[in-house]
Design a protein around this ligand. Structure first.
Ligand code: CTP
Ligand code: CA
Length: 225
């Protein structure tokens, strides 16, 4: 058996994965969004199911097909994602926040389409903060020993920012990858370093998102008891 690939080492476990990117509506036809494709989160869901887990995939605006044998919960906004993650996490052994959650949402939602007015400059868009779901599930731990994993996309000082973020969030593992115009978003491949709250550092070479997913599950399994 190739270690961690076909072993059902997540059998009897419930894992919750968030994927995709939230959309924060301005009016019925417009939103603030991001470029997350959902591919990494879906790869995590497929690989967890293959390792025997019961999988709940909280999917934010992903166009990808539902993975077989996975319970998919579609959501739109960060607030909806939070509700779904908190509910599904209640009995989860592991929670993996792979979704790109909008940090801010428009302070006001216009029930009717925003129209431009002749000879008038547009109104500025006022934003308010969204709750930090990863920090919340890490602080609350619905179950003792629940393993919590975050993802971070960084453009500069990747490792230093990653370490600081891991501490700030209070999660057990943080998957850090470097992003840029053509890297990671929408691509089939990924390259990352997985930082552990215990000080561990696991480099994952450039490769398919499934390979990174398998590494993440291996590290999660080591931390489950
Ligand atoms: N996350 C979350 N809730 C938010 C924002 C982020 O749960 N409101 C999660 C993401 O799903 C990810 C992790 O936190 O797993 C890190 O996201 P990131 O955007 O890198 O962290 P932030 O704290 O928002 O920091 P930054 O200012 O760099 O965006
Ligand atoms: Ca953010």
């Amino acid at each position: 058996l190739a270690r961690g690939v076909t072993e059902p080492d997540l059998k009897g476990r419930h894992v919750v994965i968030s994927a995709g990117g939230t959309r924060e509506p301005l009016d019925p036809v417009r939103f603030l969004g991001n470029r997350s494709s959902g591919k990494q989160g879906y790869a995590l869901a497929r690989t967890a199911a293959a390792r025997g887990a019961r999988v709940t995939l909280i999917a934010a605006n992903s166009a990808l097909p539902d993975p077989a044998g996975v319970d998919v919960v579609p959501v739109g906004t960060a607030l909806q994602l939070r509700e779904a993650v908190l509910e599904a996490s209640a009995d989860a052994d592991a929670v993996v926040m792979a979704a790109a959650v909008a940090d801010f949402r428009p302070a006001v939602y216009a029930a009717g389409k925003i129209k431009k007015k002749d000879d008038q400059e547009p109104e500025p868009i006022t934003l308010v903060r969204n709750p930090d779901i990863l920090a919340e599930v890490s602080a609350e731990r619905a179950r003792p020993g629940q393993v919590i994993v975050g993802f971070a996309a960084e453009t500069d000082d990747v490792l230093a920012n990653g370490r600081a973020k891991l501490k700030r969030k209070g999660c057990d593992l943080l998957v850090v990858n470097e992003v840029g115009e053509s890297r990671t978003f929408g691509s089939e491949e990924n390259e990352a370093v997985v930082l552990g709250a215990d000080g561990s550092e696991t480099a994952v070479p450039h490769g398919p998102k499934e390979a990174l997913a398998e590494t993440v599950w291996g590290l999660v399994v080591e931390r489950l008891h």
